[in-house]
Design a binder for this molecule. Structure first.
Ligand code: ADP
Ligand code: ZN
Length: 618
């Protein structure tokens, strides 16, 4: 372990282990098999990279995606580690050179896809090479229950027979019990030491809009809180990604669309741009995700409803891997909800599977609607109990009230019924408010019993109520009839007065004071939380200078900027202002290789800054 600690510092530039890393490394060093569950950004790679360096031989890493391998190998090489990958994209001479290096024991860590590993030729090659360990990344790919089932992963059960005595580690960020069992069974890890980290992501702020703010709301969120930052916006349909990306770009936000309908080269190019450029927004379907381990994604927004809480947590988990503050945002329409219900109903799945999918959607909607701390609800869903509210999600910062809206709800449902279940929300609201619009008069709806019975609420309040009735399943939206609202079975008991209806409302004690108070609370909170926001003006200037240097380096070397140095390292340098190599080496993320490579330039930048600051009276 002392060697491991030495390399943690010298190679990776970190002072301390993250939770469970030390225990996992120790288990592998003592030759045990390991099953590790850690959230995204928890620091899984170090768990196998470090012992692979300490133990004799080459460490094999099995990874499902080429992009993922390339990224990891690039980052390892930056750290001075002899890393390589074998995959189908390599030209034959390169392949031969890698195989030769492997035979000569010159490769510390080798990445490969399962199908490659399982080829007889590869197995024969690896039989000649001493192996330090075998890591199976994204191990949930072995399970049909996960979203990313890859049949090739099933073949990995032969590993313990083929490579007896080589410790294996399976890693995943997917937590549910069934997937875990599948992983243990299919990978023959029944006897493995299991480590489960907390799934909390303390640096992620969770928030959900309580009405459909649409892309205008998204634009405001990006402009006000994340101008110039990288983020991901998830949409339901391909068309929505294209339209939204074009719209954002027209508003001056650099954005790209990404979905499975694009040709593979185009997808690869857009993903490359997202990684290499700073401040790009990717507007994507769920096709974009796995393998995108860009550490400085500052926000993940949902412009429509995710499919389940599991997907939501995975998708939002792509924000803030670097540990710096990151935010989530979600806005969706009642139509999204109706659409998802219809997807499930019309899918060819078995009745049992449909029941599960409905339950998953319900759990997601319960999360959206909860007045409780969102982090508590999320963690509880993954079987983790958290005693205290987090104090920093939208509900903690601005607790909503739950109001009894049974009477207005009955009026709303009754209005749907009286007008023949053929109209959308706009018209229904007009009828309730007693507006004699042309459409109302033409349909004779000024004579129905619900005409003008709803003057106690404002139009926006009615619209929210209708949305809520759809979310809670009392009404449905009929797309075949231009978005007409129709009643469901669930409407009956409410209409008959046998049930009550409650709705979450934002806390509106003095609207303006609230708005101000909230933004002030938010600003204080940001400063306390965000090391970047906490920089003094002078430190900020140094940070900008360092960042400009990093951008130049990244362009020069054709690498993503975060591979050169993370934002967190730049912030640390800006605060510390080191003038000696020794001081610079204490910065997290600066190991021996980076010190040798960039040390002189970084120190020169700091000195330049200090000189200039001395010359400029503050
Ligand atoms: P995961 O694969 O679990 O999503 P990574 O292995 O990509 O996470 O690590 C996430 C981030 O945490 C990386 O940027 C990595 O540099 C950083 N990291 C990992 N271990 C440590 C540590 N012990 N100290 C500081 N930073 C760490
Ligand atoms: Zn909270």
């Amino acid at each position: 372990m002392s060697r491991a600690r030495e390399l943690l510092h010298a190679v990776f530039g970190h002072d301390t282990f993250r939770p469970l890393q030390e225990e996992i490394v120790q288990a592998l060093l003592s030759g045990k098999d390991v099953f590790a569950l850690m959230p995204t950004g928890g620091g899984k790679s170090l768990c196998y990279q470090l012992p692979a360096l300490v133990r004799e031989g080459t460490g094999l890493v099995i990874s499902p995606l080429i992009a993922l391998m390339e990224d990891q190998v690039l980052a390892l090489k930056e750290l001075g580690v002899a890393a390589a990958f074998l995959n189908s994209t390599l030209p034959p001479d390169h392949l031969r050179a890698t195989e030769k290096a492997l035979r000569e024991g010159r490769i510390d860590i080798l990445y490969l896809a399962p199908e490659r590993l399982l080829q007889p030729r590869t197995l024969a090659l690896l039989a000649e090479v001493p192996l330090s360990l075998i890591a199976i990344d994204e191990a949930h790919c072995v399970s049909q229950w996960g979203h990313d089932f890859r049949p090739e992963y099933r073949g990995l059960h032969i590993l313990p027979e083929r490579f007896p005595g080589v410790p294996r580690i399976a890693l995943t960020a997917t937590a549910d019990a069934r997937t875990r069992e599948d992983i243990r069974r299919h990978l023959r890890l029944e006897g493995a030491a299991t480590f489960i980290a907390s799934f909390d992501r303390p640096n992620i702020h969770y928030a959900v809009e309580s009405e459909d703010k649409g892309r205008q709301g998204l634009l405001r969120f990006i402009r006000e809180r994340h101008a110039g930052k990288a983020g991901i916006v998830y949409c339901l349909s391909r068309r929505q990604t294209e339209e939204t990306a074009a719209w954002l770009a027209a508003k001056g936000i650099p954005a790209l669309a990404y979905h499975a309908g694009l040709p593979p080269e185009e997808r690869a190019e857009r993903q490359r741009r997202f990684l290499h450029e700073e401040g790009l927004v990717m507007v994507a379907t769920i096709a974009f995700g796995m393998g995108v381990n860009k550490p400085d994604v500052r926000f993940v927004a949902h412009l429509s409803l995710p499919r389940s809480l599991e997907s939501y947590y995975q998708e939002t988990g792509r924000a803030g891997r670097d540990g710096l503050p990151a935010e989530t945002w979600m806005s969706f329409s009642a139509r999204d909800v109706a659409l998802q219900r219809r997807f499930i109903e019309e899918s060819p799945a078995s009745a049992e599977r449909k029941r599960i999918m409905h339950a998953q959607l319900q759990a997601l909607l319960a999360y959206v609607e909860t007045p409780r701390c969102r982090r508590q609800v999320l963690l509880a869903h993954f079987g983790e109990k958290r005693e205290e509210p987090c104090g920093r999600c939208d509900n903690c910062l601005n607790p909503p009230r739950i109001e009894d809206v049974t009477e207005p709800a009955r009026k709303a449902l009754s209005c749907i019924y009286r007008t023949g279940q053929r109209y959308g929300v706009g018209h229904l609201v007009d009828v309730l408010l007693g507006r004699t619009t042309e459409k109302v008069l033409r349909a004779g709806h000024d004579r129905v019993s619900t005409f003008g019975i709803g003057r106690e609420l404002k139009p926006a309040q009615w619209r929210r109520l209708f949305r809520q009735l759809v979310i809670d399943g009392h009404a449905d939206i009929d797309d075949a009839r231009h978005g007409a609202l129709v009643l469901t079975e669930r409407a009956r008991p409410l209409l008959r007065g046998e049930e009550k209806f409650f709705m979450r409302v934002a806390n509106t004690s003095s609207r303006q004071a609230k708005g101000k108070g909230r933004s002030r609370a938010r600003a204080d909170h940001d400063r306390a939380d965000d090391p970047l926001a906490a920089l003094t003006a002078a430190e900020r200037r140094l940070f900008d200078r360092l960042r400009a240097w990093r951008t130049r380096q990244a362009r020069l070397q054709n690498k993503p900027p975060y591979v050169i140095l993370h934002d967190s390292a730049l912030i640390e340098i800006a605060v510390l202002k080191p003038v000696t190599a020794q001081a610079l080496a204490t910065v997290s993320g600066i190991g021996d290789a980076k010190l040798a490579r960039y040390g002189r330039e970084l120190l020169a930048l700091v000195k330049e800054h200090l000189n200039e600051e001395r010359d400029t009276p503050s």
